[in-house]
Design a protein. Structure first.
Length: 86
């Protein structure tokens, strides 16, 4: 949710379009939402972040585990060098 630095950010509109794209299995949107909801994101929500992480894995994609080490989902974080876009 970086924006274009031309207009003020519209978080609601950004989330709307990212959610719509993620609903169509767009990995880039899933990744951005994951970062947004991760522990270090703008609006931390571990439950949503986990769902997005799991969804990316179901699509066969790897995203780095950005949540802090206190969050234990029973798996190890994916190495960040596995991050890729198609």
């Amino acid at each position: 949710m970086k924006g274009l630095n031309v207009l003020p950010k519209d978080i609601v509109a950004g989330l709307y379009f990212l959610e719509a794209a993620a609903g169509q299995d767009n990995f880039n949107a899933i990744h951005e939402l994951y970062r947004f909801y991760s522990a270090d994101g703008e609006y931390p929500n571990p439950e949503k972040a986990k769902k997005l992480f799991d969804r990316a894995q179901a699509l066969g994609k790897s995203i780095p585990d950005l949540l802090d080490e206190k969050t234990d989902w029973g798996h190890k974080a994916a190495p960040t060098n596995l991050l890729y876009y198609q």
